[in-house]
Write a protein that binds this ligand. Structure first.
Ligand code: PLP
Length: 424
């Protein structure tokens, strides 16, 4: 099936007389005839469901759909994007290990890595994603277990040179993990450029309607854990908490990483999506290609319009000729650069606040990346506690407005932006 067809049909094929839509299996537990049948599930000797904390048929169908869209070998859903990035790294790194990450990543992920996971004994080195291959290589240590970056970074809107990052990761015998939230597989499939594992905050475009918080991890199945046995004992040596199973032996390269994350981390941390939320995600993905095309077209037109506006100081959108990331976007994002645009209003913080107050159609929200246009002024919201000097250090100028362009009619959106800029 081609991509657009997979969005509708991958992961679930109803049998004769069965529901046309993915059924919502709203059940915590599953019944068996004998204890022996259930024992086989606990020993990972048979496939099946026993408790929704680990696996649920609705979630699995939706995970399989996303797996097909990314071109992976296995996938799992989680309760949030935060849980996805935590599991993706913690599945292969533990106390005493080290991870290299791009510094241009979502603030919540930065905090998870730099504060919370550091408290768990995992060290992180953050690198400028635009650094040279030599600088990137110099960040690795013998105990490094992964390299991490975002395809289109939130909120910096930098575009990751995935091939450069993949080369560096593989030269050091570790996988490249890419958070593909803003691009979605409709705009970029990181496995095609050498990434090994993809994560998502499905809360954004994949769901697309701001209906459910969720996350996902997809494995390409291409990283050879057994070629670096000593680095990844969790995958290549027996797991005592599962009767000595060795994941790479039992599930092969295609299944080892996700199986371990499900049976070990999901078992122990329980960051499970509700079946209803998984279903909403599956429904959202059906229209992903249509929505992403409209998001991109609207955002491109608005970025160009803003660039010509006399009250706008600057615009950042990788689809604009002359943007620092234009060339990388042409390579990795030929179908568009998503719906998120950032720009500065002439007159600084006060002007940005006046502009925001004047908007009628676009909602002021901390959310990004869904069907309805929303807008955020970080200096007076998420970064409110910082003074202008601190904002500059964080790369957030006082005039910065982050606009998440939705799929409304373009003329209506421009009319709203235009009247709000007139009031500044
Ligand atoms: N990754 C990226 C790129 C994000 O933008 C976000 C949230 O904004 C997350 C991860 C965290 O996802 P969630 O809010 O679903 O936990």
């Amino acid at each position: 099936m081609n991509f657009d067809t997979s969005c509708l049909h991958a992961g679930y094929r109803p049998g004769n007389g069965e529901p046309r839509n993915i059924p919502i299996i709203q059940s915590t537990t599953f019944r068996y005839e004998t204890s022996g049948d259930m024992g086989k599930l606990f020993d990972l000797e048979a496939e099946g469901y026993f408790y929704t904390r680990l696996q649920n048929p609705t979630s699995d169908a939706v995970a399989a759909r996303l797996c097909a869209l990314e071109g992976g070998s296995a996938a799992m859903l989680l309760s949030s994007g935060q849980a996805a990035n935590f599991f993706a790294v913690f599945n292969i790194a533990s106390a005493g290990d080290h991870v290299v990450a791009s510094s241009a990543i979502y603030g919540g992920t930065y905090n998870l890595f730099a504060v919370t996971m550091r408290r768990m004994g995992i060290a992180f080195t953050f690198v400028d994603p635009d650094c040279s291959e030599e600088e990137l290589s110099a960040a690795f240590r013998p105990e490094t277990k992964a390299l991490f970056g975002e395809t289109i970074a939130n909120p910096a809107l930098t575009v990751l040179d995935i091939e450069k990052f993949a080369r560096a990761a593989h030269a050091h015998g570790v996988p490249l993990i890419v958070d593909n939230t803003f691009a979605t597989p409709a705009l970029c499939r990181p496995f095609e450029w050498g990434a090994d594992i993809v994560t998502h905050s499905t809360t954004k475009y994949l769901d697309g309607h701001a209906a459910a918080v969720g996350g996902a991890i997809v494995d390409s199945g291409r990283f050879d854990w057994t070629a670096h046995k000593d680095k990844f004992p969790g995958l290549t040596a027996p797991d005592e908490s599962y009767h000595g199973v060795t994941y790479t032996q039992r599930f092969g390269l295609g299944g080892a990483y996700i199986t371990k994350a499900v049976v070990q981390l999901m078992r122990d941390f329980g960051a499970t999506p509700a079946p209803m939320n998984a279903w909403l995600l599956g429904m959202g993905m059906e229209t992903l290609p249509l929505r992403m095309a409209k998001h991109c077209a609207n955002a491109q037109a608005i970025a160009e319009w803003l660039q010509r506006h006399e009250k706008v100081a600057w615009v950042r959108y990788a689809g604009l000729r002359g943007d620092k990331y234009y060339d990388l976007a042409q390579k990795y994002l030929p179908r568009g650069c998503c719906g998120v645009v950032s720009f500065g209003v002439k007159g600084g913080r006060a002007a940005a606040e006046r502009f925001m107050a004047g908007l009628g159609l676009a909602s002021i929200a901390t959310h990004v990346a869904d069907a309805k246009t929303c807008v955020l002024h970080p200096a007076s919201a998420t970064h409110r506690q910082m003074n202008d000097a601190e904002l500059a250090a964080a790369g957030v100028s006082p005039d910065l407005v982050r606009l998440s362009v939705g799929i409304e009619d373009l003329d209506d959106l421009i009319a709203d932006l235009s009247q709000a800029l007139d009031r500044v």
